[in-house]
Design a protein around this ligand. Sequence first.
Ligand code: PGA
Length: 251
Amino acid sequence: MRQPLVAGNWKMNGSLDSVTALIEGIQAGLDTVSTAEMAVCPPFVYIPRVAGLLEGSGISLGAQDVNDQESGAHTGEVAPGMLTDIGCRYVIVGHSERRSIYGESDEFTARKFAAARKAGLVPILCVGETLEEREEGVTEQVVARQLDAVIDLEGIGAIGECVIAYEPVWAIGTGKTATPDQAQEVHAFIRGKLATLDTDVADKVRILYGGSMNPGNAADLLAMADIDGGLIGGASLKPEDFLDIGRAGNA
Ligand code: PGA
């Protein structure tokens, strides 16, 4: 049985005061979330503060991005070992905003994935098609290509030790969610593709849905056979909404 994971991607939002209030709000209702693992991914600079607030809470901590190098002359970048050093368990790699706004390739994403694992982090690998790609009917090819870049570099076994997030780009921050059937179709494709290489890996890997998941649609999405949680942007900034999504995963 795969434990659902509900992870908040705060993106470039917050202040010392607001992240403190957000964590306190989540903690106040955490006992109502009985099944899902909850995680938050704050902006880098707030991670130490959040790590302190989370101590002993059972909420997991992650980062939103990472560099592929261990150290050195990479002005402005953050190394994987720095993230484990400050208490992160997860790191998002290959988010579509990194791919589209900052031009990060499948290969670079795969190298980040590898570096993250080497440092002991669990990568949350984001894959997903643009609206144009969906309309052209190439969703599966795009998702397969994004997965293959990682499998080619790290092997199928590594996929069993990560989390995948299917995030259709057209649904991110747009209020437009994939229907449960549309999402399930791609999740099943991903699991099926992995199963051709290793059925144990396919069975155990958690595949999250991301893209305007909110308290109104979470239960229907999480009820689908191959949807094992969510990567939540906007709704993760409101404690009650984030908790509602967590509760939608209660068994
Ligand atoms: P959203 O973002 O929930 O605001 O659509 C999801 C994501 O980008 O991870």
